[in-house]
Design a protein around this ligand. Structure first.
Ligand code: UDP
Ligand code: MG
Length: 313
């Protein structure tokens, strides 16, 4: 019998857990030939999520939980869940019912047809998001696609099915702060996108504030491209050439007494401009240096506090 694990990261989702288990159970009935497991990864929730998960998994034989020692972020929680799965394929999805469980049979169908990754991306009209959110997400995908070698569809989500071939690679990744959306694209194998229409969040509120989104975006970009570093070189080169052209003018104006005025404005403008430019470029270099620094510590991506499953060998 084929085994499939549904992996659901949970960060303060007390109002959604029972509902999603109920919906998934209905969906599972349409695929009786598959043995399903639901693995919830509690990502350091501070509400009743963990107690709910513990009591639910004691009663329901297909529900399992892994509890992390604190909030490690969604990608790390997903990594933990994938690590705990011994299934032939995993399906990752959000706890808030924004990823419609009704799509699971379609994911499974493509898998049975030989696809190793089936990933869902939002239809362009993301009706449940504000105008600002939509523009922001489009901008992010535009920049990441321009800068890096992996191509990500605008609106690509973490709702996806991965074959064991893929999860085995993911399990071995030593990368700190993995940007899973990009990594899963990067691993290759046979992949197919499918469209989905996100539902409204069922209960609670989004776990991402503006600052978290900025840091996720920066991490996504710097994980997949070193182009910002070469951008710094081009920019530096461009401005050095321009200043070289400026030097003859300065010397001649000195020699021929063209412009012996105080020159305050031009000096201040130049200092300010190049000061800013240098700081920006040092910042870009610093971002990468910081990543190397964190990675060199080889800290674990997550720490398990308790669980009712064993890590498979
Ligand atoms: N999540 C998590 N850890 C975090 C933030 C979010 O495990 O630090 C989970 C959250 O519980 C949900 C999923 O990731 O199951 C997506 O979160 P959310 O719905 O808040 O994101 P959005 O849909 O707003 O992008
Ligand atoms: Mg959501």
């Amino acid at each position: 019998m084929l085994k499939v694990s549904i992996i659901i990261p949970v960060f303060n989702e007390e109002g959604n857990i029972l509902a999603i288990v109920e919906k998934l159970t209905v969906v599972f009935e349409s695929s009786p030939a598959i043995e399903f497991k639901i693995i919830f990864v509690d990502d350091g929730s501070t509400d009743q999520s963990l107690p709910i998960l513990m009591s639910l998994s004691a009663k329901n034989p297909i529900v399992f939980y892994v509890s992390l020692s604190k909030n490690f972020g969604k990608d790390n929680a997903l990594m933990a869940g994938i690590n705990f799965s011994d299934a032939d394929a995993v399906i990752t999805m959000d706890a808030d019912l924004q990823h419609p469980p009704e799509l699971i049979p379609e994911l499974l169908n493509w898998w049975k047809q030989g696809y190793d990754v089936v990933y869902a991306y939002r239809k362009d009209k993301n009706i449940h998001a504000s105008f600002f959110t939509r523009v922001r997400s489009q901008l992010f995908y535009y920049i990441i696609n321009k800068l890096s070698d992996v191509k990500l569809e605008n609106g690509i989500s973490d709702f996806k099915l991965m074959d064991k071939k893929v999860t085995e690679v993911i399990n071995k990744l030593p990368e700190d702060k993995p940007f899973l959306r990009g990594i899963i694209k990067w691993v290759g194998f046979k992949q197919i996108p499918i469209e989905y229409e996100p539902d409204e969040r069922s209960s609670g509120s989004t776990k991402y504030d503006f600052n978290t989104l900025i840091s996720l975006a920066t991490n996504g970009l710097t994980s997949f491209s070193t182009k910002p570093l070469s951008f710094a070189i081009y920019l530096g080169f461009f401005f050095s050439v321009i200043s070289l052209l400026y030097i003859p003018y300065v010397l001649m104006s000195f020699y021929f007494h063209w412009d012996r005025g105080p020159g305050w404005a031009s000096i201040i403008v130049t200092i300010a401009f190049f000061g800013g430019l240098q700081l920006m470029i040092m910042g870009i270099i610093g971002l990468y240096l910081g990543k190397t620094f964190i990675q060199s510590k080889k800290r674990p991506k997550y720490i398990i506090q308790s669980s009712n499953i064993e890590i498979p060998e």
